[in-house]
Design a binder for this molecule. Sequence first.
Ligand SMILES: N[C@@H](CCSC[C@H]1O[C@@H](n2cnc3c(=O)[nH]cnc32)[C@H](O)[C@@H]1O)C(=O)O
Ligand SMILES: [Zn+2]
Length: 434
Amino acid sequence: MSKLLIRGATILTMEGPDAIIDNGEILMEDGWITHVGLPGSAPGYFDMDEVIEADGQVAMPGFINCHTHAAMTLLRGYADDMPLMKWLTDKIWPFEGRLTSEDIYWGTMLACLEMIKSGTTCFCDMYDFMPMVAQVVEKTGMRAVLSRGMIGVAPTGQRALADAEELVKEWNGKAEGRITVMLGPHAPYTCPPEYLDKVMNLAAKLKVGINIHVAETRTEFEDILKQYGKTPVQHLDSLGLFKFPVLAAHCVHLDQTDMEILAQKAMGIAYNPQSNMKLASGIAPVAQLLELGATVGIGTDGTASNNNLDMLEELRAGSFLQKVSTMNPEVLPAYRTLQMATIDGALCLGLGDRVGLIKEGMRADIILIDTRQPHMCPQHNLVANIAYAANSSDIRTVIIDGKLVMLDRVVLTIDEEKVMAEVQQRAKRLANES
Ligand SMILES: N[C@@H](CCSC[C@H]1O[C@@H](n2cnc3c(=O)[nH]cnc32)[C@H](O)[C@@H]1O)C(=O)O
Ligand SMILES: [Zn+2]
């Protein structure tokens, strides 16, 4: 049995705004959190395999990135300042057509490196060559929800269904339980109803959830309305999609009925504020969705539309954007926003019983944040300091599933220099092939 102890930390358990333990300790055994309490209270104190002294640091659940395309690190800075449809059809899809499985491997490696260094312990991915992504998840020690992106209108539509089924069979529950697989029909505008029927049949057969982009742009909203006489959300609802556990990404353009449907029927909504800003897609009505009782997590989207995977930046932007768009500074307060980046994200991914809280009985996905920094002084309010002032470089240590993945900013599972050199060289080749 492996026993790991964190001591001396201020623990932000995320179980509630008052659930903060000063100078606390967290015991982890075989990946489980088995004790959270005051100093000297952990059982078996003297036979730990590893003790992490965390004075001056905050321990909190790792961030959960609810929507990304990890290997798109290869496209970071390749196509900027364009609207979604033009961006996808003129730049992104032609580039992606040249990607090999090795490219995906290295691009995802870089994404995992960046995510670990910015405190993300779990991410939800939709892309191609997903067995490579699964291998990277296994090697790097991350937790992930993976889906093979499926574009029904593409010549690869049929193959994508077969790949998705294979991915579920090969990887669901693997990497010591850190990988969950969902189906990933890309969007209502790339997956016609007959194709979504096939996806739903497969989801029923394999008993897995569905990850899909929904109502991202006004163009999508208008096109779907014209084509089917319904909004994207109501179109998907009428097809029966929400009978499955659905994670809906974006949800920017919604009417009142759409919001009610999502609040009542979606497993979760992935709010991607910076991608939506950069592609000028709009602002998801998150404050209203939360009022209606929706479960909302935060995602960065891929690095071609963000352009980084920094969840601290994302959650701050997400909070501020809701404040300014509603002209109400009280919406998405600091603690609520941190919940969205942790436990609510876990709920969006169907992992709410496993991660997102520092609590006995949960798996140990924990980050340590150094608070002894000028930009976090003084400490009137720890929660506000983390949500509104911290930088991702303040994240010192990352534990995933009870294993040390980064210690004092050294990532233990990835050769940082090698990954950056590989990606640089591959990105250059891919761009030159155009
Ligand atoms: N090429 C695959 C499917 C790729 S799935 C994921 C797709 O989503 C694309 N993508 C990335 N960000 C966004 C976004 O914000 N909206 C819609 N699509 C996106 C991404 O570039 C990628 O093509 C096939 O064989 O059909
Ligand atoms: Zn996306």
